[in-house]
Ligand binder design. Structure first.
Ligand SMILES: [Zn+2]
Length: 204
């Protein structure tokens, strides 16, 4: 593939597809951090385009995939050089505190909250790397911990049949499987208003 062909292909990708490829760290295996951009549709589309394939070891890039991911990374690095001052380029991923009921500073999804007891279960079962929950909050004493259902979809148990319980801004308890169809919708960040048992209220 020529540089122009790679650029064209990258341009044709959706934002979510590009976000997944942007987690590339070299080699052919995708890092665990790609879970932060876990979007089943985008992932499926990348698999269909033969950019990523699933192996026993995890998600792996094809030869074309390495070219695309490398290209995206290079562009990203150039952009960061121009705009970022010093330090790590992904500081915002964990640097900002999320607040219950407010939009996530990273993805604009409405923040939900989990009980401290649930947080402990998550840590015991998954030992995940949190993207929207800081170490300070994990070690803190507050009874509820705000968490972003998109950024921390993996921690909330998206891969299970039934995930960990959380409370939404509208006061209802839910789990990620019941709202997943409302997450990662382009141009329509998740809001709990008008949701009844995971369904949008038809009277709305
Ligand atoms: Zn988020």
């Amino acid at each position: 593939m020529t540089e122009a062909e790679i650029a064209d292909w990258v341009r044709s990708l959706s934002k979510n597809e590009r976000l997944i490829l942007a987690t590339y760290e070299g080699g052919t295996c995708m890092p665990e951090s790609m879970q932060r951009y876990w979007n089943p549709k985008a992932l499926e589309s990348l698999v269909m385009q033969d950019v990523i394939r699933w192996t026993m070891a995890g998600y792996e890039l094809t030869e074309d995939g390495v070219l695309l991911a490398g290209f995206i990374q290079q562009k990203e690095a150039q952009r960061n050089q121009r705009t970022a001052p010093v330090g790590k380029n992904d500081k915002t991923a964990t640097g900002k505190q999320v607040r219950f009921g407010e939009p996530c500073p990273i993805c604009e999804t409405e923040i939900v909250k989990i009980k401290r007891e649930t947080l402990q279960h998550i840590i015991d079962f998954l030992a995940p790397k949190f993207h929207s929950v800081s170490q300070r909050r994990i070690k803190g004493k507050s009874a509820f911990i705000p968490i972003c259902p998109e950024c921390d979809a993996y921690a909330l148990g998206i891969e299970f049949a039934k995930g960990f319980p959380f409370i939404m801004k509208n006061g209802q308890e839910s789990e990620i499987q019941r709202i997943v169809h409302l997450l990662w919708v382009t141009g329509k960040p998740f809001r709990s208003m008008g949701i009844e048992n995971g369904c949008i209220n038809s009277e709305e």
